[in-house]
Ligand binder design. Structure first.
Ligand SMILES: Nc1ncnc2c1ncn2[C@@H]1O[C@H](COP(=O)(O)OP(=O)(O)OP(=O)(O)O)[C@@H](O)[C@H]1O
Length: 312
């Protein structure tokens, strides 16, 4: 499948059973009077607060409260986008889910278990691809598999070739990162993250440094890949239209210390293609996210101060 096609395959359609879960969903009686169990949470954050200790060499020993009280429940296969003002704690929260940071308060669980640290069940995709320049594209994709020694070399290379095919870069397997455009490098980055077959993809502004046209193509491809592989995705972005296009739900963070001020369900049909951006529902959704974001930022400002850096 090429990355140049705007359309997604029919297999990307989500069935009603895959409908987005809702935070705070309660057991509800069905018409026959019995209680319907909500789907078991795959990822569950309850009252999560995260503080940083004093920076090394800092006098006075002040801590920084980055995240105050985040409640978020995700079912397997959910795609949740987080938007919020700069410095509100989005990356901090993502890093805690990745297992790079401990939570200070509350609980953060994956499949009912506290997150003890990083693990192969989660993979991060950052804004910059950070590929190894001396390795070929194929060898960059196999890198994580080599480190984990989870399979034989031939098997790892076969998987890497499949993934390069998936992201439309089969033809570039023997090239080196320096020979690729920024968008192509980010596709390799995505393939590398997928190589370890993570259950959860954590993406921190992965398309922020890619040109607008390539970004829109990548968004469609990311949705297709996550749906085909039933990957749970938590995606940070400053781009409101990107959040609206990708998400089952958009979580709007308020200013630091961050918490979710509103969780907005996205009812746009799937599979999504570029045409969806022209729907009035899409425009209304973008407006709702924008209003929430700016409302949250404004409420945190002392009167007379200019607005803090917000979403683009
Ligand atoms: N290692 C650290 N030690 C102390 N404070 C930190 C550290 N990392 C981040 N912070 C602070 O925590 C707060 C949240 O940072 P974070 O990077 O999570 O925000 P963000 O919402 O991802 O920002 P942006 O949108 O600009 O990337 C900021 O005030 C930041 O300065």
């Amino acid at each position: 499948m090429t990355l140049d096609s705007g359309a997604m395959s029919p297999s990307t359609h989500r069935s009603p059973e895959d409908a987005p879960s809702r935070t705070g969903q309660q057991d509800a009686p069905n018409p026959s009077g019995t209680t319907v169990e909500p789907p078991a949470a795959h990822l569950a954050a309850v009252g999560v607060g995260i503080e940083y200790g004093p920076r090394p060499g800092e006098r006075g020993g002040a801590t920084t409260a980055a995240v105050s009280r985040v409640d978020l429940t995700m079912a397997r296969g959910d795609f949740v986008c987080i938007v919020g003002p700069s410095g509100c704690g989005k990356t901090t929260f993502l890093n805690a889910v990745a297992g790079f940071l401990p939570v200070t308060r509350g609980t953060l669980r994956l499949d009912g278990r506290d997150i003890p640290g990083p693990g192969p069940d989660r993979a991060m995709v950052f804004q910059h691809a950070s590929l190894l320049p001396w390795r070929s594209v194929l060898d960059n994709v196999t890198y994580g598999l080599e480190l984990s020694r989870s399979m034989k070399r031939a098997e790892a290379r076969e998987r890497a070739r499949d993934l390069l095919d998936l992201v439309g870069l089969a033809h570039a397997a023997d090239q080196h990162p320096g020979q690729l455009s920024g968008g192509m490098q980010q596709r390799v980055n995505l393939a590398r993250a997928l190589a370890v077959e993570p259950e959860v993809l954590l993406l921190d502004e992965p398309f922020a440094s890619i040109d607008a046209q390539t970004r829109e193509v990548m968004q469609v491809e990311l949705l297709r890949i996550c749906t085909e592989r039933h990957v749970t995705a938590l995606f940070i972005t400053h781009d409101i239209t990107e959040a609206a296009f990708l998400a089952d739900r958009v979580c709007v963070f308020g200013p630091r210390p961050g918490r979710i001020v509103k969780e907005i369900a996205v009812s746009l049909p799937r599979p999504r293609d570029q045409k969806i951006r022209r729907l009035p529902e899409f425009t209304a959704l973008v407006d709702e996210i924008s209003d929430t974001l700016h409302g949250a930022a404004d409420s945190a400002l002392p009167a007379g101060r200019p607005e803090t850096e917000g979403a683009r």
